[in-house]
Design a protein around this ligand. Sequence first.
Ligand code: SAH
Length: 422
Amino acid sequence: MSSTVGRARTGRPEPVALRRRASGPVPGEVQVMPTDQPPEGAATSDARPRLSFAVPPARGKAPRHLADLDLAGRKAALAEVSLPAFRADQLSRHYFTRFTRDAAEMTDLPASVREQLAAELLPELITEVRTMRADGGRTLKHLWELHDGVRVESVLMRYKDRTTLCVSSQAGCGMACPFCATGQMGLTRNLTTAEIVEQVRHAARVCADGAPADGPARLSNVVFMGMGEPMINYRNVVAALHRLIDPSPEGFGLSARGITVSTVGLVPLIRKLAGEGMPVTLAVSLHAPDDELRDALIPVNSKWRVGELLDAAHDYFRATGRRVSIEYALIKDMNDHAWRAQMLADELNRRGRGWAHVNPIPLNPTPGSIWTCSEPSVQDLFVGTLRRAGITTTVRDTRGSDIDGACGQLAAEVLKQERIRS
Ligand code: SAH
């Protein structure tokens, strides 16, 4: 190991000459590349991740649902079956403020209409396959089956000051990031707006009913960090954002600042989202500040480079005033070197101060793979390097990792168990 790293590890300030050298690879330092082994879950040893932007067509359409439509659309849908428009407001209020789709609970509506209204606009879209609890009941992980048998996950996490739901926006994912369980499944299909919103409605209800530990809570945050790449399902995701943010009876009326859309970095769509007038938080899954490594870690980097991506993220901050989150899964000897932390800090600071914060995420590893989380001392050095450079840095807690909490892992595990059983 070189003296540069040795010195930095002691926490003593590095001499300027050495700090300058730390902006690139250090001779002799271990560098594991993502291409050193097939991706997570690959069936053959020569498998390589395959990036795909093509969205397979849905196998049969999901039934029409209130949350697919804006209020005018709901009124029009009821008019088609000769129901008065004001019933759309009533039904919407039940759905968005009492979080119910059960006609029996809508006692202020005449019994004769409630069943018909619910049948027209509130079909069952997501069915619970399995729920797992972790962290003393503060984390609930749901596996859902959709109308066509496709499965997706959502995770509800209760914290002291907030309750956050992590939603899926696609079944599977076409982005093929080799360290991500969902990335190896390929893309099955986009979720409809209502399939996304239903995950939120269910979580809001579960919180109100006090299912997570510590009694009733209010769902305050929604993060698009479950299965899928939200930008590939742009139209449905933006419509879902409207249902989340718009006040009742249009939507739930959640604060936009509590909502985060996480992306691998589809630059044109980041720019489009900036123009939607919804100041949601943007999270960029960067994972490497240099194109050489990021090309292998995030295949879409071959299309939009780190520099372009950070420019778009910075413009997003300027357009919305929302500080951007830079996601960085720390993978042992792959992307966790101190010089990469310095390079990341330099790239961020070059574009301005205080516009981004970094979220290092300890990798959720699979036994026996080269994808392993960093040593604690290496993680500390990485975080310290960023902080010393003036970058706000918060290590993400690893909620639910004992229930396959990381994206796609529960769905993959349940599928494996069912294959073994059959
Ligand atoms: N496609 C979007 C959102 C889904 S993934 C995106 O990539 O941003 C949400 C976050 O979890 C991403 O930052 C992703 O890189 C990260 N992630 C995926 N697999 C992981 C793992 N095994 N350990 C830690 N983080 C992981």
